[in-house]
Write a protein of this length. Sequence first.
Length: 173
Amino acid sequence: MIVIVDYGMGNLRSVEKGFERFGFDVKVTDNPAEVRNADKLVLPGVGAFRDAMEGLRQRELLRPIADYIQSGKPFLGICLGLQLLFSKGYEDGEHEGLGIIPGKVVRFKFSENGTKEKLKIPHMGWNQISFRKEENPILKNVPHNAYMYFSGGRRRCCHRDGLRSAFHFYGLA
């Protein structure tokens, strides 16, 4: 069964329906024990970094999520759910994340682009992805340079480059 973490915000129903459409058994929960003991865990996300961390804190989900990820079982962080894994987020101030991935989540900056091209933020659209680690099982059936849809105004700055499986170049030269 796939467990989807409910921390009081996010795209819970959309994620749940997506998995159900492909025949998966799904449970949405904010119960710490169910999160810790899940077979597969999804941390969805739509919303603000600070508010999401507060929702996890209030429901006592910080440690269960960290314990689950440390166990090595399948985990998927979607959008904000992935961002929360980082050490810090800089949306409306500086906020501590779960600290599972060393790094930070920052807003796109035009000055980092290296060109005079004016980029739209938030970025909403299709971009080609490139692979760094082709053996990643979640990308097994995804062709190199496939197009994926992105929606967001932030990028992840990872201090350990080997953690990235795929990337795109929106806002970067």
